[in-house]
Structure formats: C-alpha cells, structure tokens
Unconditional design. Structure first.
Length: 232
C-alpha cells in the first residue's frame, strides 16, 4: 500500500471525525480517487488472500453470502464464483457505482447501505457473512455497536469470517486502521455466536502486519432448542 495515500485517507478520516461524521470519509475518499484505484489504500483489485486461503481449506459453499464494506467488489465476485448468491454493500455510493462498473455482468447484488441502518430482512438470513477490515476503521464506540448488528445477520448454523489487524491489550492503539484486540473479537460470543477458529499470524503479504482471522458460527435451531431444554 502506498503510504502517501494511506496518509490522505487518515487525514480525511480525522477531518470527518472532528465534524462528528465518522463515516462520511469513505465516500469522500472514493470520490477523491476519481477512478484511480491506487489511491484507495485497501483496493488491491484482487480478492482478500486471507479469505481465499480460509475458503480454499474448507468444503464450504454458502448459498447466501453477505460482504460488508465491499469496496470495489473483488471479495464479492470471488464468492460468486463459488456459486453463492451474494449481497455486497458499502456505505459509499461511489464505491458501489465503481464496483458495478468494473463488473457489469456480475450476479452480485451491490447495495449502498449504512451498516447501522441495514434492511430488517437481513436478520438471520445469511449462511456466510464476511467482515474484512471494516471494524478496524471504526472508532471504538461505533465498533462496539456494530458487532451485535453484524452477528444478527447470520442464519442458524451460518458462519462469520472476520479479518482484521490484531494487537495485544497492552499495545498502543496507534493510527487508523486501529487493530482489534482478542477481547474485542470475542465480543461476538456475546451475540450468540461460537468461535470455531482463531488465527493469530503475521500477514505473509504485509510482513509487518499482525492479523486476526476468526470464524464464528451461530448454533443451529435444533441445537439451540436442545440447549434450552437441557438447561430448563
């Protein structure tokens, strides 16, 4: 990633935070890029390798998938190649316009959606929800609000794949993107999800970046019923 472009993104984010508009900088950055993806720090024009690696090691073929903060669409398109019915959203209207332009024949349903005002019919709807790098650019208060909302979109027996920068509790918060702690990631367990896998590793493509990859599952309806009966 180009450091000057990362600095520009940080300046935009700081400016909008000062205005009390912590989410407005996303669309501002995409518009400022004026069709040049190299200006967007996270736009590699390839599916996220951390997601690809995990999916290639499983037999998972979700029927209904949701991609959070889809940006220019590469992760969504990758999931679509696996035969999934994919909804991909971003708060930036410009990012969605750009993704549709890149993939004019796509079967992905691209939508402009604010994570905090998502459609009600998403509740418990998706077999797989992919969250890569969105929570880490949200201020702590918004991050805490976002976690139960994201968890609520996962269907019974469905999965959440979370990819984020990671840090220890004792590490400084640093600059945006703000790494998550294990404790923050584990907050998904408070939203009726079980952690099936937690990977803590150095990103092979960015060797100075520590990554967390966590896989959570919502219990199936039958299992939840059994647990309820056993505890009664």
């Amino acid at each position: 990633m180009n450091d000057p472009h990362r600095a520009t993104a940080r300046e935009l984010a700081a400016m909008h935070l000062q205005r009390g508009d912590p989410l407005g900088w996303f669309d501002a950055l995409y518009r400022a890029a004026a069709g040049q993806p190299g200006i967007i720090p996270w736009a590699d024009l390839l599916p996220n390798s951390n997601i690809v690696e995990w999916l290639s090691s499983t037999a998972l073929r979700p029927q209904r998938a949701l991609v959070i903060g889809c940006g220019l669409g590469d992760d969504a398109e990758f999931l679509a190649t696996l035969g999934s019915s994919v909804v991909a959203f971003d708060i930036s209207a410009e990012a969605i316009r750009w993704a549709r332009q890149r993939f004019p024949q796509s079967k992905v349903e691209y939508e402009v959606v604010d994570l905090f005002a998502a459609p009600c019919n998403w509740r418990h709807h998706f077999d797989l929800v992919v969250e890569a790098y969105t929570l880490q650019v949200l201020p702590t208060a918004l991050r805490t609000r976002a976690i139960p909302l994201i968890a609520d979109w996962i269907a019974p027996a469905g999965l959440l794949c979370l990819i984020a920068r990671g840090r220890d509790e004792s590490d400084p918060l640093g600059q945006i993107p703000w790494p998550l702690t294990r404790q923050e990631v584990r907050l998904f367990e408070n939203a009726d999800l079980n952690c099936e896998r937690f990977d803590d590793y150095m990103d092979p493509h960015e060797q100075t970046v520590r990554r967390f990859r966590a896989i959570f599952r919502r219990p199936s309806a039958d299992k939840r019923m059994a647990n309820t009966l056993s505890s009664s």
